[in-house]
Ligand binder design. Structure first.
Ligand SMILES: Nc1ncnc2c1ncn2[C@@H]1O[C@H](COP(=O)(O)OP(=O)(O)OP(=O)(O)O)[C@@H](O)[C@H]1O
Length: 544
């Protein structure tokens, strides 16, 4: 089999296997004088070097013989009582060419915009890329499909592969995994899928080569060149090759994990229409069911707010929630799964930007990171203008999507609405991530400036590629071990400030060399830090 084919279509039922063998016989018999299209179709067939005896085909042929005798008015033999002569002919009856059709970019379809056409052939006037059956086979086996019956092609926006029916007629039967496919593309988003064209059944399967980078690179080039798709560099979300071990939730098929947190795992997901989303799968138990329900309620409120006030789509939204055992948690079941569908799915996060150095050897963040940071601040502004506090900003909770990069605030399920001019009481241990949470979040009343604190630490990381201090526990929580870390924290904090102030001169000369605001001299005072200046640091970027 070609090691550069990205997918195969394997005849699954006896009729499809027999049709495959028949096509191969016909094409190889006519090989010397056949048209280029038929030659190309033959090249898309992988065939084992020797014929094999297929028991089901023996049965199929005998059944056909019997029906023929019946319709001809001759006495029929029952299938269970073959005579000895027929037994002797059995191996001959069942001998077929075994193989599959291959889809590969080195053998593109005759008309790339239409994709690989599958149907009856060979025909003089119409190129059929995947020859499923011949004209005479259709007649003798009563196959009435449209011609071509289906096509395979790539979505230009995402490079995902789809199949589409070629006729509006309800009799033009095409199903994938039992779902009827019409004139709308059906995304082939599972490693192995059952495709049925009338009486003919096939297994569609992605190959090992499809999981390699070589394939994705070649696919990008092909889609841009042959289909006039956007240049590879401007694809928002590129469809990954489906994984062999599939997991489905409703209409969604899950792919790789995008991240994991204290409350669940988040997966890439796609649906038959080619939509993509991030799905957070949370295991609900009697211990956490209230916090899960609370997170979903908050996600819904933030989504409602974002739909009204977030035109730039800078804040994550919840599209739907799926419950494995109904919305109410039942104490009879020890646990159930809740799948939260979130949009957009962002292929990257700020976690990927930390550590990327600007080209040319200068210190400081890249222009790309600076632009993304500014965009993230605008997202924070959208939330704050609507009196929402995010409360868990950190590099992995800020997604990046699109070209140019757009920043999206993720993990908004622990956000909190605040009254105008009001403050919130701390609930230590319930929200935020050590390393990014502002001291007052667990010490005293707090307001929106806790998000500015977190953004300032992210800014430091983007600029210098390391976190200014690292502790496993929060120095600003009550408790002896925690409090013992405070002198060390103050020292690290001061070092960070000194570094930033030292770089200030460069930053003023050229913003590309650093983003230190003149007034950014955060100082620790009486156990509570004045983060006013870090907020100015962030605000100054908004003006930049
Ligand atoms: N829409 C999305 N697109 C891409 N990645 C995402 C998306 N939503 C979440 N993630 C990734 O999954 C990670 C975990 O998701 P989330 O933060 O919602 O879970 P969590 O349990 O609340 O995590 P934590 O306890 O660390 O805050 C995120 O940090 C992010 O990297």
């Amino acid at each position: 089999m070609s090691d550069r084919a990205f997918a195969s279509l394997i005849p699954a039922n006896a009729l499809a296997r027999l049709a495959f063998s028949d096509v191969y016989d016909v094409l190889t018999r006519r090989q010397s004088n056949q048209a280029d299209d038929a030659q190309a179709a033959l090249g898309r067939m992988f065939v084992e070097p020797e014929q094999t005896c297929d028991d089901e085909i023996v049965r199929l042929r005998r059944e056909m013989e019997r029906t023929k005798y019946d319709t001809d008015g001759e006495a029929s033999e029952t299938l269970t009582e073959p005579d000895t002569d027929t037994e002797k002919q059995l191996p001959g009856l069942g001998m077929v060419w075994v193989g599959c059709y291959l889809l590969g970019l080195q053998s593109p379809p005759a008309v790339p915009e239409r994709g690989w056409a599958a149907g009856k052939g060979p025909l003089e006037n119409m190129p059929i890329d995947l020859l499923l059956y011949t004209r005479s086979f259709a007649k003798s086996h009563d196959i009435s499909l449209r011609n071509p019956h289906a096509r395979f092609n790539f979505f230009v926006e995402s490079n995902g592969l789809f199949i589409i029916g070629c006729s509006r007629s309800p009799s033009a039967q095409l199903t994938v995994n039992g779902d009827a496919v019409t004139r709308l593309p059906y995304h082939l988003n599972q490693h192995s899928m059952k495709i049925q064209l009338g009486k003919l059944e096939y297994h569609f399967q992605w190959t090992e080569f499809a999981a390699k980078d070589d394939f994705t690179v070649a696919r990008r080039r092909y889609v841009a060149r042959a289909l006039g798709g956007p240049p590879a560099a401007s694809i928002d979300v590129e469809m990954p090759t489906p994984l062999p071990n599939k997991r489905t939730m409703g209409r969604w098929t899950l792919g790789d994990a995008l991240g994991a947190g204290g409350h669940g795992r988040v997966f890439f997901a796609s649906d038959p229409s080619g939509n993509v989303a991030a799905i957070k799968v949370v295991e609900r138990t009697s211990r956490n069911c209230h916090s899960v329900d609370k997170e979903i309620q908050t996600l819904q409120e933030v989504t409602n707010f974002a739909q009204r006030s977030d035109d730039g789509e800078r804040v994550l939204r919840m599209a739907e929630v799926m419950y494995s055992n109904g919305e109410e948690f039942s104490s009879k079941t020890a646990f159930d799964n809740v799948a939260i569908v979130l949009k957009p799915m962002t292929p990257q996060t700020f976690g990927d930007l930390v550590g990327t150095r600007s080209k040319g050897g200068s210190n400081g963040m890249t222009i790309e990171a600076a632009t993304a940071f500014r965009a993230a601040l605008l997202g924070v502004k959208v939330m704050h203008d609507g009196r929402w506090l995010h409360r868990d900003l950190k590099p992995t909770n800020i997604g990046l999507i699109g070209k140019p990069l757009r920043s999206v605030l993720l993990d908004v399920g622990t956000s909190k609405h605040i009254q105008a001019g009001g403050s919130l009481r701390p609930e230590p241990g319930t929200v935020g991530t050590v390393g990014y949470l502002a001291p007052e979040l667990e010490l005293g009343d707090y307001d929106h400036s806790i998000d500015i604190w977190s953004m300032s630490i992210i800014l430091f990381e983007l600029t210098y590629n390391y976190h200014p201090w690292k502790y496993a526990i929060n120095p600003w929580r009550d408790g002896k071990t925690n409090e013992a870390l405070r002198p060390s924290f103050r020292k690290n904090y001061q070092n960070a400030m000194d570094k930033m102030v030292g770089d200030y001169r460069n930053a003023r000369v050229s913003p590309a060399k650093g983003y230190i605001h003149r007034e950014c001299s955060m100082s620790a005072s009486r156990g509570r830090l004045a983060n006013q200046n870090s907020s100015q640091l962030a605000v100054s970027l908004l003006r930049w």
